[in-house]
Design a protein around this ligand. Structure first.
Ligand SMILES: Nc1ncnc2c1ncn2[C@@H]1O[C@H](COP(=O)(O)OP(=O)(O)O)[C@@H](O)[C@H]1O
Ligand SMILES: [Mg+2]
Length: 346
């Protein structure tokens, strides 16, 4: 449904998005995930038609919607997309129903059609009782529902979301994720959702594009990012907690502890928290650590210790008393290995 071919966007010579290619089919829920400034909003704005790529092509189905080479572009209003931002941008002087009606008027739908669509959208978001209120008279969560209703009322084929839940408190955010997935499924639209929150990405996406500095580091199903991270960046960004990346030099953990499983290697070993044993017994591949932090998690504890200035996180049982002379035992071999540039080599 959506396909990108070598899409690039540069602002005054610097690439905000660099050589991005991927495709997703109708009904997909694609999440663009990455840290602030990595190019997520720029990607989304190119899909919406608010930015023009400087290179490459964007297609919706068989239709070319933007071509950086020739400068061809289909304007935003003709792309059959809907867009929701973090700030709801509701008209304060229009009622809830009036706000939802706005894009339908722009699309020149008849009175009857407009009334039917407003009803449908309000019912889908459970806000029919708010129809005659003004945005200032409803809560933040309800405002976000109004913004969603306004977006879906014209029945766009592509729904675009730019960090839409980041203004909501934690409980409401979790509730709205479910709501949003329900709306996505009910409409049959293809969604592209931008977030810097990896938990949000992992719980909502059918596909995730992990972005870093304008490039896609990995485009995959969420579970594949955890099982087979393509780069050190991905390994250190996704997961609860993310995997440990331990520097290896001359086949030694931390450049200090020799290990025959790492012959002459230099780079980063990936070790998941659950593969590290918390112990007080000395032994092979066992390191004395300085305790930095203990965080309870689902009946267990994340124990973070510092070794040679590197933070390492392990998982301990909830009940067990932590030994005073805290040691971490590393697994027999790393789950993955990355070179000094962060590229996966095994
Ligand atoms: N209109 C613009 N002019 C110049 N630079 C921009 C513009 N929009 C975005 N950028 C730059 O492009 C990069 C990516 O920005 P953005 O897509 O907003 O990232 P994200 O949404 O992932 O935080 C940043 O370095 C940002 O400063
Ligand atoms: Mg952004």
């Amino acid at each position: 449904m959506i396909s990108l071919n070598q899409v690039t966007k540069s602002f005054a010579g610097t690439n905000a998005v660099h050589d991005v290619s991927f495709s997703v089919s109708q009904g997909a829920f694609l999440v663009l995930l990455g840290p602030s400034g990595c190019g997520k909003s720029t990607m989304l704005r190119m899909l919406a038609g608010l930015e023009q790529p400087t290179g490459g092509q964007i297609r919706f189905g068989d239709t070319l919607v933007a071509d950086g080479g020739s400068g061809f572009t289909i304007p935003p209003a003709k792309r059959d997309t809907g867009l929701v931002f973090q700030s709801y941008a509701l008209w304060p002087h229009m009622t809830v129903a009036g706000n939802i009606e706005w894009p339908l008027k722009v699309a020149k739908l008849s009175n009857d059609e407009r009334r039917a669509r407003i009803k449908e959208a309000m019912e889908m978001l459970g806000i029919a009782q708010l129809a005659n209120r003004y945005p200032g008279e409803v809560s933040g969560g309800q405002q976000q529902r109004v913004a969603l209703a306004r977006m879906i009322a014209p029945r766009p084929n592509v729904m675009l979301f730019d960090e839409p839940l980041s203004n909501l408190d934690a409980t409401l955010r979790v509730e709205m994720r479910v709501e949003l997935l329900r709306v996505h499924a009910a409409t049959g639209a293809t969604s592209v959702y931008v977030t810097h929150d990896q938990v949000e990405a992992m719980t909502m996406a059918t596909h995730v594009a992990v972005m870093n500095r304008g490039r896609i580091e990995q485009f995959d199903a969420p579970e594949r990012l955890l099982a087979e991270p393509a780069s050190a960046f991905v390994a250190g960004f996704v997961g609860t907690p993310p995997a440990n990346l331990i520097p290896i030099a001359d086949g030694k953990w931390f450049g200090a502890i020799a290990d025959p499983s790492l012959p002459g290697l230099r780079g980063y070993a990936m070790v998941r928290a659950e593969e590290i044993a918390v112990t007080d017994e000395p032994g092979p591949r066992t390191l004395q650590v300085r305790l930095a932090e203990i965080v309870p998690m689902a009946g267990r504890r994340l124990v973070t210790g510092i070794v040679n200035d590197i933070r390492i996180t392990a998982i301990a049982d909830g009940a067990a008393r932590l030994p005073l002379g805290l040691r971490f035992r590393l697994p027999d071999a790393p789950a993955a290995f990355f070179d000094t540039e962060g590229n996966r080599i095994s």
